[in-house]
Design a protein around this ligand. Structure first.
Ligand code: NDP
Ligand code: PYR
Ligand code: MG
Length: 558
């Protein structure tokens, strides 16, 4: 009773706190800090904690009676959530269940994902996120993200002012040009920006109120989407040329004007020509990052460093074949070339054993329109289109797939790799699972268990003749949460290429020796939040030690 009488006073007393930095944070397990004295706390996922409100809190907040009388600890709610999650019949149903938890109880949502990362990563990220993107219009419920369409050109700052949180520190932006291996997904690509930002929080411990997922909706050339009555995006052919470039320029300028020069801007799943163009244009102007090129590049190089540790074969003596010459392959190949140069190998020597293939075959002077970033890998040799012929001629010991084409590393390809090398390394990086160049089971089976393996999407353990093999996941989710954490912590003004080398080495170092001994190239996903933290610390340290931050601030105004 007495508490209820005091309630209006508490409301008044706590009002100033609502606008202060002491506002309740979803990360804070101490619920004592709740200061919103009204029933909105149970309606808003940011503040709600379900049945974990104590009776005293319920009285203080004026929410008595708005829930059953039981008090259920967060641990008990975690158990209930796990039971619910596991009872769902399909992965997409599990995603939908988790989205509902996110909507009503964010604290539970992020704790659930973090503490059940092996179960939840394949749901909020690849492969299920592929289905989420494909069915985005059908399942659309509520946007917790910013859509900027081509029709908003000239008004992007106004849209940013509509954003639901203050203090944005990081943005993940996509234009849906190439989503996973699914191609042009138009505005449905919002699912991918959201998925990446969920991992910023679950793995990088970055508060969700500082994150803004964005989709630039510039139309789509995906005819199935244009004809789908449930499609939620602009029903126009994808806008290209100066109008598109101006929209992206305006987006970048608006972001730093609204949220500050140090806002970390993560580009995701742009079609490769646009991804390369914007990276070149913005890298030293903004604190921006292309995950498919740089995050994947850092991840791939870490895998190679660990292949070197296991096999003892130096990177400079290794022949690499990249099947695919898009963002992912170019990012990794360039990181590798940079690593060799740092080790003292002259630039022209560094690329000697690195071969890239696109749909027309090995990159040679005859290749039509090779990307600028791929030109250093062009080889003066006879054009070769057939992958098997290339394998037989070059005998690579490292084979990377980044084509988006499922199954092209077939039995013959894998057996040839196993015939040519005692420990062949095979990386089917394409996502989601159906687009993987091979499965883990195929890779281990056709190489008699000798393969060193990493795939973009997760595969279950493989058992051959009673021996169990643990397929590693080679996905940029091992790097981008730590990269974002460091960029935000160091308030970096831009990110020079060398920082991604630091990230690679730290990721490689995070693979325990006992895993390397059994041929596993990456730390297990259950440790991904520790990896993000360690990567974040190493990269922040590098930025500070090398004076990058002040140097960057001085040069950035040019
Ligand atoms: N594991 C991870 O962390 C990541 C995985 N990825 C995955 O990598 C894949 C590719 O992405 P990205 O590089 O951006 O895509 P792009 O579409 O830009 O690149 C695909 C490349 O593969 C080539 N290609 C397609 N089919 C064949 C074939 N049969 N033989 C040889 N080359 C072929 C294309 O050639 P052409 O241009 O001539 O058509 C192109 O060079 C996607 O599935 C994506 O999910 C991407 C980023 C990170
Ligand atoms: C993992 C990722 O970024 C991709 O497949 O595009
Ligand atoms: Mg991507």
């Amino acid at each position: 009773m007495e508490f209820r009488r005091l309630h209006p006073l508490l409301r008044l007393a706590s009002r100033p706190l609502l606008s202060s930095s002491r506002r309740f944070s979803v990360y804070d397990d101490e619920m004592e800090q709740i200061t919103r004295p009204d029933w909105h706390v149970v309606m808003n996922g940011k503040y709600n904690k379900g049945l974990a409100f104590t009776i005293k809190e319920r009285q203080r907040l004026g929410i008595m009676g708005l829930m059953p009388c039981s008090v259920r600890s967060m641990d008990d709610q975690m158990n209930a959530a796990l039971a619910n999650f596991e009872a769902r019949p399909t992965d997409i149903a599990r995603f939908t269940y988790l989205s509902a938890v996110h909507h009503r109880h964010r604290r539970l949502y992020y704790r659930f994902i973090k503490e059940n990362i092996e179960k939840s990563l394949p749901i909020v990220y690849t492969p299920t996120v592929g289905d989420v993107v494909a069915t985005y219009g059908l399942n659309f419920q509520q946007a917790i993200s910013l859509f900027i369409s081509i029709h908003d050109k000239g008004h992007i700052r106004d849209l940013m002012h509509n954003w639901v949180d203050e203090g944005v520190k990081a943005i993940c932006v996509t234009d849906g040009g190439r989503v996973l291996g699914l191609g042009d997904m138009g505005a449905n690509a919002m699912g991918i920006s959201l998925g990446k930002m969920i991992l910023y929080t679950a793995l990088g411990s970055i508060p969700p109120s500082t994150l803004m997922p964005v989709c630039l909706d510039v139309g789509t050339d995906n005819q199935a989407l244009l004809q789908d009555p449930l499609y939620v995006g602009a029903r126009i052919p994808r806008v290209k040329g100066p109008e598109y470039d101006e929209l992206v320029d305006e987006f970048m300028e608006s972001a730093v004007k609204c949220f500050g020069n140090n806002t970390f801007i993560h580009f995701e799943d742009f079609a490769t020509p646009n991804a390369l163009k914007f990276l070149e244009k913005y890298q030293y102007k903004y604190c921006c990052f292309n995950d498919d090129i740089q995050g994947t590049g850092a991840t791939g190089l870490a895998a190679f460093i660990n292949v070197e540790r296991i096999t003892g074969r130096k990177l400079e003596d290794t022949v690499f074949l990249f099947v695919g010459a898009g963002s992912a392959a170019l990012g990794i190949a360039n990181m590798l070339a940079m690593e060799l140069e740092v080790r003292g190998i002259p630039a022209e020597e560094a690329t000697k054993n690195i071969y890239l293939m696109d749909v027309n075959g090995i990159l040679t002077p005859e290749s039509p329109n090779p990307p600028e970033m791929g030109k250093i890998f062009i080889k003066s040799m006879e054009p070769m289109k057939d992958m098997m012929a290339v394998l037989k001629k070059l005998k690579p010991s490292v084979l990377v797939g980044a084509t988006g084409v499922g199954g092209i590393f077939n039995e013959e390809v894998l057996k040839t790799m196993a015939k040519n090398h005692e420990r062949p390394a095979v990386f089917p990086l394409s996502n989601p699972t159906a687009n993987s160049e091979c499965t883990a089971e195929q890779a281990f089976t056709h190489t008699e268990g000798r393969v060193l393996f990493g795939s973009g999407s997760p595969f279950p353990p493989v058992v051959i003749n009673g021996k169990r093999y643990r397929p590693a996941q080679a996905n940029n989710c091992l790097t981008f949460p730590g990269i974002a954490l460091a960029a935000i912590t160091a308030k970096a003004r831009y990110l020079p290429n060398e920082v991604f080398s630091v990230v690679s080495h730290e990721l490689a170092r995070n693979t325990p020796q006992e895993l390397l001994d059994e041929g596993t190239l990456f730390p297990p996903i259950k440790d991904a939040h520790n990896v993000a933290f360690n990567v974040g610390v190493a990269m922040t340290q590098y930025l500070i030690d090398n004076g990058k931050i002040s140097l960057v601030i001085q040069t950035a105004s040019k």
